[in-house]
Design a protein around this ligand. Structure first.
Ligand code: ADP
Ligand code: ADP
Ligand code: ZN
Length: 218
């Protein structure tokens, strides 16, 4: 099954992709995580991407399509994948369709997670990640059970993204509305799109996504 979680920065794509991936035994593929890993490793691709990401712009389609294409050829993607943060432009959506068609596959479902702009800014401002295992937290909405200790791995170091500052968030929202939002009609026309309300608590959003994935089209 090829599933796409679509939504603006901070909508909860990563949070929900992790939950669903675990439940269904699928891999979560986050192009943002891949780019941050490349930046941390200091590769040429990573160094180039880092500058673009810190501005809040999209990394070029060529780079992204090559990176995800290579990743999707790995054996752990044979059962399917949950795509989180990809595609983000029409060119990427078309490339994905072509890539999947080459192996007789296609996108099964696209779930749009809808959240108000002001809530997005609050979510992003409070976002932090365990440096050791990558578990996601929030200063207010998802605190660790023990202050300063990761629930999953016991790690005590947390990171915040360089692009998670208000000025950059506003730029990223603009980029979403101009470059990524055209994917909504693209997938709607193909009968793949479902929209869920992402404003509720994480468990409620999770239940709605599960229903959208398992239910019929609509
Ligand atoms: P995205 O991957 O779409 O950018 P994340 O999954 O990283 O979004 O979520 C952004 C922040 O908001 C994280 O700190 C996360 O813990 C928090 N968050 C996710 N879903 C919800 C929710 N339904 N309600 C409140 N906070 C949420
Ligand atoms: P979020 O959804 O929380 O904004 P991501 O981690 O998905 O964050 O992406 C962070 C940044 O990485 C984006 O602002 C962009 O610069 C880059 N990026 C991630 N995925 C893509 C993509 N599919 N196409 C172009 N750029 C991307
Ligand atoms: Zn951890």
């Amino acid at each position: 099954m090829i599933l796409i979680l679509l939504g603006p920065p901070g909508a909860g794509k990563g949070t929900q992709a992790k939950r669903l991936a675990e439940e269904r035994g699928l891999v979560q593929l986050s192009t943002g995580d891949m780019l941050r890993a490349a930046a941390a490793a200091g590769s040429e691709l990573g160094r180039k991407a880092k500058v673009t990401m810190e501005r809040g712009d999209l990394v070029s389609d060529d780079i992204i399509i090559a990176m995800i294409g290579e990743r999707m050829e790995q054996p752990d993607c044979r059962k399917g994948a949950i795509l989180d943060g990809f595609p983000r432009s029409l060119a990427q959506a078309e490339a994905l369709d072509a890539m999947l068609a080459a192996t007789g596959r296609g996108v099964d479902r696209v779930v749009e997670i809808k959240v108000d702009d002001e809530a997005l800014v609050t979510r992003i401002a409070g976002r932090l990640t365990c440096a050791k295992c990558g578990s996601g937290y929030h200063d207010t909405f998802r605190r660790t059970k023990v202050e300063g200790v990761c629930d999953s791995c016991g790690g005590r170091e947390f990171t915040r993204r360089a692009d998670d500052i208000e000025a950059t968030v506003r730029a990223r929202l603009k980029v979403y509305n101009t470059q990524t939002a055209p994917l909504l009609p693209y997938y709607r026309q193909r009968g793949k799109l479902a929209t869920v309300d992402g404003m509720g608590p994480m468990a409620a959003v999770e239940a709605d996504i599960r229903a959208a994935v398992d239910g019929g089209k609509g």
